[in-house]
Structure formats: C-alpha cells, structure tokens
Design a protein around this ligand. Structure first.
Ligand SMILES: NC(=O)c1ccc[n+]([C@@H]2O[C@H](COP(=O)([O-])OP(=O)(O)OC[C@H]3O[C@@H](n4cnc5c(N)ncnc54)[C@H](OP(=O)(O)O)[C@@H]3O)[C@@H](O)[C@H]2O)c1
Length: 258
C-alpha cells in the first residue's frame, strides 16, 4: 500500500463545507489541487485563497455532477496521465428533506445522479488510472445516514448506503494494487448542507453536531490506516454501535420523522 502520495488531489464540492476543509488539509500536505464545483466565481475565489496560503498549484474545473457532460469532464481529468491525480475525494452531495412523493421525481433522480452516479463514474475513472500507476487513494464521503432508515430522507440514506457498500466491496478488489478506498461516514456537520436542503435543524441537540475539521482529520487518518469505512468521532461510533444491537423496529420508529 502506498503511504506517501505526492500527485495532485481532485476534490468534488471543494468550495464549501467538508470539501473546502479537504482542500485546505491536502494543500497543507503540499498537494497540488483540482477543485470541482458548479459555481465558477466561487471556484476562482477558493483557488486564489488556497494559492495565497499554500505553496501549491490549484486548478479549477466547473462541472455539474448531475449531468453526463459534467461527470465526463471530471472523469477525463482523472484519466489524464500527463498530470496524475493520486487522491480523489468524492465529496459533492446534497440532501432532500421532504417526504417521498412530495417533491418531483426529477429532484430525487438528480440526488442519485450527484450522490451515487457521479461517485460510480469518477471512481471508475480513478481506479482505471490509479491501478495502472500502482498508487492512489479514493475517499468517498458517505454519511451515518447510510446505516439508518430515514423517514424524511429515504433516497438520501439509500444513496449513502450504496456509497458505503460500494466502497467496502471495492476495497477487496483493490487489495494489493497500491490503491486504497475509504467511505467516510459523518454525522451532522455544520456546513451549508442543511440550509441548501431547507431543513429545519432546530431540534437537533448540540452534541450531535461535529466540527468539519475533526471529520476530515479522523476520516483521512482512517483512510490512511487502510480502513474501508470510517465513522468520525467516538460519539457517532457509539450511536451506531447501539443501533446495531437495538431491535430494528425501535430504530425505525425513532427515525420515522428524520
Ligand atoms: N453536513 C452534514 O451534516 C453531512 C453529514 C453527512 C454527510 N455529508 C456529506 O458530505 C458531503 C459534503 O457536504 P457538505 O455538508 O460539505 O455540503 P455543502 O456545504 O452544501 O457543500 C456542497 C459542495 O458540493 C458542491 N456541489 C453541490 N452540488 C453539486 C453538483 N451538482 N455538481 C458539482 N458540485 C456540486 C457545492 O458547490 P456548487 O453549489 O458551486 O456546485 C459545494 O462545493 C456530501 O456528500 C454530504 O452528503 C454531510
């Protein structure tokens, strides 16, 4: 397994929340970056800020991962061997907090396009290029939601369950290739995520909120220790440990309005 990667890191959803933290952290490690998101002005501002703080090269790629063209543009960059990407962070994603049937089917499909299809397409491109070079790492940002039945976010939770299962399964295929993969599964994190989803989080207790820097630090440490699945923070590992032993009917009742 490669422990020291020095090629560039490509991060989707790099202009806000967890993606911006991944970008800062990888830049601090001296890694050149490729930042991906839709908003071009925000990409340019993020890149300028990172170049000012760290002695690294920062490229930007404006792409909508809900579209075939957007996913293809990012996959082409991952396949480009002239300036190899050693780290792919599949981080871009969004949530829909509404009971199924109350939003158009197109919104649910767009969620799967970004949260699942883009992860599939970009991981495929990265695995092909990285296994050829014999080095690389793929970080897929999933969620604790992927372990839970979510009454108000069923498609989101199912998409994240796919990301966890896919990453864990693929880690078996990648054993011995020099390429590692890890699904990072955060609990609630203060980012733009809930605001974008119009979610009222006022009844969420303070202890359930995680610091984004801690999530990224824990997740990267687990990925680099070769773990295929990372659950940042002791408190969420305890919560999921409890979920595994509680009767499933009780868990479903607790999650009915979540
Ligand atoms: N925050 C939480 O509580 C939480 C918990 C568990 C898991 N997660 C997961 O963590 C990941 C990051 O979420 P976050 O909380 O950091 O969200 P965030 O603050 O809302 O940031 C989302 C980022 O993704 C980009 N993005 C959104 N849609 C995109 C699209 N169609 N194509 C390309 N880029 C897109 C956004 O930029 P543009 O709008 O410019 O495209 C932005 O850079 C997601 O996968 C999310 O599911 C979050």
């Amino acid at each position: 397994m490669t422990d020291h990667l020095d090629g560039a890191a490509l991060i989707t959803g790099a202009t806000a929340g967890l993606g911006a933290v991944f970008a800062r952290r990888l830049a601090a490690e001296g890694r050149d970056l490729v930042l991906v998101a839709r908003d071009l002005e925000r990409l340019q501002a993020s890149a300028a800020d990172l170049r000012e703080r760290y002695p690294v090269a920062v490229d930007i790629l404006s792409a909508d991962l809900a579209t075939d063209a957007g996913r293809r543009a990012v996959a082409d960059r991952l396949a480009d061997d002239t300036s190899p990407i050693d780290t792919l962070v599949n981080n871009a994603g969004f949530g829909l907090y509404a009971s199924f049937g109350s939003v158009p089917l197109a919104d649910e499909e767009r969620l799967l396009d970004v949260n699942v299809r883009a992860v599939l397409v970009l991981t495929h491109a990265a695995v092909t290029a990285m296994t050829h070079r014999g080095r690389g790492e793929i970080i897929n940002v999933a969620s604790v939601a992927g372990f839970l039945p979510r009454g108000r976010a069923a498609t989101y939770a199912a998409g994240k369950a796919w990301v966890i299962s896919f990453s864990e399964g693929l880690s078996l295929r990648l054993a011995g290739t020099g390429v590692r993969i890890c699904a990072i599964c955060p609990g609630f994190v203060h980012t733009e995520f809930h605001q974008r989803a119009n979610a009222d989080m006022s009844d969420t207790p303070a202890w359930m909120w995680l610091d984004p820097d801690l999530v990224v630090a824990d997740g990267l440490a687990d990925a680099r220790a070769g773990k295929p699945v990372s659950i940042p923070s002791r408190r969420y590992r305890a919560v999921l440990g409890l979920v595994r032993v509680l009767p499933r009917g009780l868990v479903r009742r607790a999650m009915a309005r979540r």
